[in-house]
Design a protein. Structure first.
Lengths: 732, 445
């Protein structure tokens, strides 16, 4: 019988810390796991609930999320667990101290369970760099997050990972992904759908990208080297629960890249992009059985709760009674009920989880909902698709539809709480009120200071006020936050240009004028597997890869998501040197990036900036942007260089007509040039030279876009005449 | 959820391997979570694991008198049962061990008080139970294939339970110390009040022996059940089996050695792909002996039913009243067979026979992962349709004709006598379930 040495080895290592200098065999035997239990990923998706409690302690189907994660680790015979905590680490530590997971407790399947605190950590990246510094990881380890719900057996993935590592030391990581079909699926990440470009024969991941629904264009820039692989599939049908089997090399990679923050958007994207440099390969293991998902935001929380209730995470159903003292039993109509629950005979419960000591009054309807312990639900109450946590009082005739009601809240008689509302801890809502859809109520502001009650919202006797999310300086980011923080996936409230991901171009501003298939995001028509890619028809491969990388980097900076222009300048220059890019390519990249940013600003926000404002925002919102354009984009004071840059801007605007109307593109061009003129990036001579240059008039679209600048040029010519004397001093 | 052997995923083998190196309490907790995670599943695995863990409790836990030991076993047993209430075998083994302890303790006490020599225990020859005359037709209730001595004892049957247990399989020569004198009816009396009189270490070794015999019994079930194959399968029979368990497969294989018959192998469409490997050995041995196997998908079963003579199902558990818990899909087949008046035979070891009478109807059926029927990738179905997949199903007593256990073939009416032979009344009534079961205890079948 092929019994593994894993079990015995694990047992032998019991009580001893296995990390250091273990022989090869030891490392084979003990699978280490680092459970990265980051309370909120340094993000604010679970506000206002995560103010008081870390995300991993929030109840999912009345069991804290972290229980599912630890249970998953135990299920795969992980022996050593290191937990990194972000916010609320004291609560997590206290929770674990009192749980059955502590290695001192005989019930614990782990031999080591350690908390590691990192004082100044600001991201997951900081944790992993810290882990690298500690040198406690000797062999392969598993990287998971504290909000993971999964019943996958990693057996196959681990074996495949080992085999690959034996064959090639550079295979450093295996991501375990769950297939979830092409169609819309509630468990697939909808706020930022990931795209994995995978070589299906070797399971190697070639490229990774996240699509932001607020992105103006919905293209993915692909490195042409990807096309050198015989086959490549673009997969958007995967649920990424971020279960990674890593070798210690992964930690080294994290340490090398000190600015990586997120395991996917930064690390994975970056490592794959620099494949030619570091030679590291990352593989995927796409499973078609089992369940895995991360409760990364409230929408996922909702989805996973439904899946658990529906039995998809079997054996992790409520009647598995993971927590000590739980006594759930499955009754008729798919109702999981604990002991001492009092449901009146004429109350109706379907598809529900009801915790201990909860009372449900007569004629109440509870449907597809999860109700915690010790709740008092009055008569004639309707609770649909909702999450009621512990110690909640809901008085007669109340209606709760698709909302989250946190601990110790009171909902008054006859009050209705509508779809998407979040009611945080301790809020009291008076009777006979109508809480509008997507209202967020809390006793605290986002900085934890108590807020004054708003009787207008919660009634005269009520307590609580509308919760204000932390301000974001970037208007676009705020919209996105709002979108990510809401319980209900709904893009209707946002004004989004709905082109789907169905066509991929490796150069998205290529001359290809074909319109992207248009579809609203809620009904994507996109296919998941695309074996064909638009061919590269602009410039040499080198140039194209430089262009894509440069534009991507610049856009990141412009969006304010990372870095600043000082470092970007450095990076840009090195990128240029690495690719031996021409001046033309540089100009094109800079112009493209800024125009794309402006287009994003014009398109994406519900506030809808006009062309002038968008141009101004793009060029001025980040410090150093204008000087960057002047130094890198234009590159000199000579008229010909200015001409070339203006031309590049024009071309960029012309390509942007794929996502905005031609008229708008013209306006944008005029606004961009005007703005650059105001910022002294471009001068009159340059602009007038551009205006007269024949290349700017080639083609129909070029001239249409250009026409909008007529006014600007006329004004410039006039200004020049009027201030002739001043110009004498300036010009040389 | 794939549970391959070897590698990292904990399994029954690894659990048993690790038992010795782990403190008892830790093993208990480990088993609880393995049961909860369904990493140990199936009645045989659960029964084996339970027997092993109880052996550890008896052998390694500190206890100074019988009451303590009983309390300890009850505590552990209750924990195990609540961890996976759908596996009735767990509770059965717990009750068997409790009964065993009571028996041994009463003997110890009797030995201490009376020095009367034991009568020579009648030891039926191994062939005795196997050669019990076969019923002329399978649908007629067969005589219990039990040594006639015991059946006639009647009121003493309970006292003799331990003896029964040991002598019936016939493979273990009854150890002299285990047979109690019929005259001293004291086995049913509960706690032993004079711990001083009880020699703890002797009792310990006796109980350990007893548990080991239970473990052997579980192991031997397949071999013992298959000895009845020739009696129930006749040449030229058309037999329908549904997702045959190992017990059923061995039964067929054994019959094929002597007889030529046809087997309809019914397979659930959802598991059709993996079935080839599972039933390969069955197919091979059937073919080599000239019997034919026809694979049928579950959907078209009704059409074959008119050709079928007998339906053989493997039991997950058998209740005292004769109801059977089978793999989901089995109940429909039994109903179809009933429509056509075909014989339904249920196979399963005695350890699957549960005295539990306070079962909620819901807890007989375990609901599993819907992905057997609906792909998780089908987003709209996952989001909008609640799909339920029963892992097991309950087959009411009236749809079963014959039960074949390692003790022989039984009719429904005889089941309660077997239960009385194997379990003590106080253990039958002992509540292994939580409060929920007690409250709604009225909902009995």
């Amino acid at each position: 019988m092929s019994q593994s040495k894993g079990g015995r080895g694990g047992a032998a290592a019991k009580g001893k810390k296995a990390g250091k200098a273990g022989s090869e065999e030891k490392r084979e035997a003990t699978l280490q796991a680092v459970a990265c239990l980051i309370a909120d990923d340094f993000q604010t998706r679970f506000l206002p609930f995560s103010l008081d409690k870390p995300r991993c302690l929030l109840p999912l189907a009345n069991t804290p999320l972290i229980e599912y994660t630890l249970e998953f680790l135990a299920m795969n015979d992980v022996k050593e667990v290191f937990i990194y905590c972000g916010a609320h680490y004291e609560q997590i530590e206290r929770y674990i101290q009192n749980s059955r997971w502590l290695p001192i407790a005989q019930s614990s399947p782990f031999t080591v369970l350690e908390f590691i605190r990192v004082a100044d950590a600001r991201s997951v990246g900081d944790f992993l760099r810290d882990l690298d510094g500690r040198g406690i990881i000797g062999g392969d380890f598993l990287l998971v997050h504290g909000d993971l719900v999964s019943n996958l057996s990693l057996e196959g993935a681990l074996a495949a990972h080992r085999a690959r590592r034996e064959a090639n030391r550079d295979s450093c990581m295996t991501m375990v992904l769950r297939e979830a079909g092409d169609a819309e699926h509630h468990t697939k990440a909808r706020t930022k759908p990931p795209i994995f470009i995978v070589d299906p024969r070797k399971n190697r991941c070639l490229h990774y990208e996240e699509i932001n629904p607020f992105q103006a264009d919905r293209y993915v820039d692909l490195d042409p080297t990807i096309l050198e692989n015989a086959e490549a599939e673009a997969r958007i049908d995967l649920v990424d629960a971020q279960i990674d089997i890593c070798t210690p090399d992964v930690l080294a990679l994290w340490s090398e890249s000190f600015d990586y923050e997120l395991p996917r958007a930064n690390f994975l994207h970056g490592v794959l992009k620099d494949w030619e440099l570091n030679g590291k390969m990352i593989h995927t293991d796409i499973v078609t059985e089992g369940y895995s998902a991360r409760a990364t935001n409230l929408q996922m929380y909702d989805a996973i709760s439904q899946d658990v209730l529906g039995g998809w995470a079997y054996p992790f159903t409520p009647d598995c009674n993971l927590l000590k003292g739980q006594t759930y039993h499955l009754r008729n109509d798919n109702v999981y009920q604990e002991d001492d629950v009092l449901v009146e005979d004429n109350a109706e419960t379907i598809d529900a989880v009801i915790g201990r000591d909860t009372q449900v009054g007569s004629k109440s309807i509870i449907q597809n909902s999860i109700i915690g312990r010790n709740c008092k639900i009055g008569k004639n109450v309707r609770i649909i698709n909702s999450f009621i946590w512990d110690d909640v009082e809901i008085h007669d005739d109340a209606v709760i539809e698709h909302a989250i009601i946190a601990d110790t809240t009171h909902i008054g008689t006859g009050t209705a709480v509508r779809e998407g509302s979040l009611v945080s801890y301790g809020v009291q809502i008076d009777g006979k009120l109508d809480i509008e859809a997507s209202t967020v109520l809390s006793l605290h502001a986002h900085n934890r200071s108590p807020v004054e009650s708003q009787p207008r919202v919660v009634g005269a006797q009520g307590k609580g006020a509308i919760f204000q999310y932390p301000e974001e300086d970037d208007a676009g980011a705020e919209d996105f936050e709002k979108f990510e923080n809401s319980l209900i996936y709904n893009l209707d409230q946002f004004d989004i240009d709905g082109s789907s991901v169905s066509s991929l171009g490796d150069d998205d501003f290529s001359d290809d004028d074909s319109e992207a298939a248009s579809a609203t995001p809620s009904q994507p028509t996109s296919r998941s597997r695309l074996s064909s890619f638009a061919s590269d028809d602009s410039g040499t491969p080198n140039f194209s890869s430089f262009h894509a990388d440069a534009v991507h980097g610049l856009l990141e900076v412009l969006r304010g998501s990372m870095g600043d222009f000082d470092s970007e300048k450095l990076e840009f220059t090195s990128l240029r040197l690495a690719n031996n890019a021409s001046d033309v390519a540089m100009r094109k990249a800079v112009a493209t990036a800024f125009v794309r940013r402006a287009v994003e600003l014009m398109n994406a926000e519900s506030s809808g900036l006009d062309a002038a404002k968008a141009a101004k925002e793009a060029l001025t919102s980040r410090t150093g942007a204008s000087s960057f354009v002047a130094d890198v984009g234009v590159g000199g004071d000579s008229v010909s260089e200015q001409l070339e840059f203006a031309l590049a801007v024009q071309k960029a605007c012309v390509s942007s007509t794929k996502v905005i109307e031609v008229g708008k593109a013209g306006n944008l061009l005029a606004a961009m040039l005007q703005q650059m003129y105001d910022l002294d990036v471009l001068e009159e001579e340059g602009l007038i030279a551009w205006w007269e240059d024949a290349r700017g008039k080639e083609g129909e679209v070029m001239s249409v876009v250009r026409a909008k600048c007529q006014q600007l040029i006329e004004w410039l010519e006039n200004a020049e005449e009027e201030s002739d004397e001043d110009d004498d001093e300036d010009s040389d | 959820m794939a549970t391959q052997k070897g590698g990292y995923t904990p399994s029954l083998e690894k659990f048993l391997d690790s038992l010795k190196s782990r403190p008892v309490q830790a093993s208990v907790e480990l088993l609880i979570s393995l049961l909860k995670r369904r990493q140990i599943k199936g009645s045989e695995a659960c029964a084996t694991a339970t027997a092993h863990i109880l052996l550890q409790v008896v052998a390694r836990d500190k206890w100074t008198n019988v009451d303590q030991l009983l309390g300890r076993i009850q505590l552990v047993g209750r924990k195990l049962v609540t961890a996976q209430p759908h596996e009735l075998a767990t509770g059965n083994i717990v009750r068997r061990v409790l009964g065993l302890i009571r028996d041994e303790a009463s003997e110890e006490r009797n030995d201490a008080t009376t020095d009367s020599p034991r009568p020579a225990s009648p030891s039926p020859s191994p062939s005795a139970s196997a050669s019990v005359p076969a019923p002329s037709h399978a649908s007629s209730p067969p005589k219990p294939a039990r040594p006639p001595t015991l059946a006639s004892i009647g009121s003493f049957a309970r006292t003799q339970s331990m003896f029964n247990l040991l002598s019936d399989p016939n493979l273990f020569p009854p150890t002299g110390s285990n047979a109690s004198t019929p005259g001293q009816v004291s086995g049913a009396s509960t706690p032993i009040l004079n711990p001083q009189a009880t020699n703890v270490s002797a009792l310990r070794s006796e109980v350990i022996d007893g548990i080991q015999e239970i473990m052997d019994e579980i192991k031997m079930v397949d071999e013992q059940v298959q000895t009845y194959a020739d009696i129930f399968i006749h040449p030229g029979d058309y037999i329908l089996v549904y997702q045959p368990s190992r017990t059923v497969q061995k039964f067929l294989t054994r019959a094929a050695l002597k007889r030529k018959f046809t087997v309809f192998l019914a397979i659930d469409p959802s598991s059709a792909t993996s079935s080839e490997a599972l039933y390969a050995s069955l197919l091979k041995s059937m073919a080599s002996n000239g019997s034919s196997v026809i694979t049928v998908l579950n959907a078209g079963l009704m059409a074959y039913m008119s050709r079928v003579d007998k339906v053989i199902l493997g039991a997950r558990a058998i209740t005292a009243q004769g109801g059977v818990i089978v793999d989901s899909g089995g109940a429909a087949i039994a109903r179809a067979a009933r429509e056509r008046r075909r014989t339904v035979i249920v196979l399963g070891g005695v350890y699957k026979l549960s005295p539990e009478s306070k079962l909620l109807s819901e807890s007989r059926v375990e609901w599993g992962d819907p992905s057997k029927y609906v792909s998780f990738a089908d987003g709209s179905l996952v989001s909008h349709v609640r799909v339920k997949n029963a892992v097991s199903e309950f087959l009411p007593a009236d749809q079963v004709d014959t039960y074949i256990t390692n003790l022989g073939a039984h009719a429904q009416e005889n089941l309660h006598t077997i239960i009385a032979d194997h379990y003590k009344e106080e253990d039958i009534n002992f509540d292994l379930y939580g409060k929920a079961q007690r409250i709604s205890g009225g909902e009995i079948e």
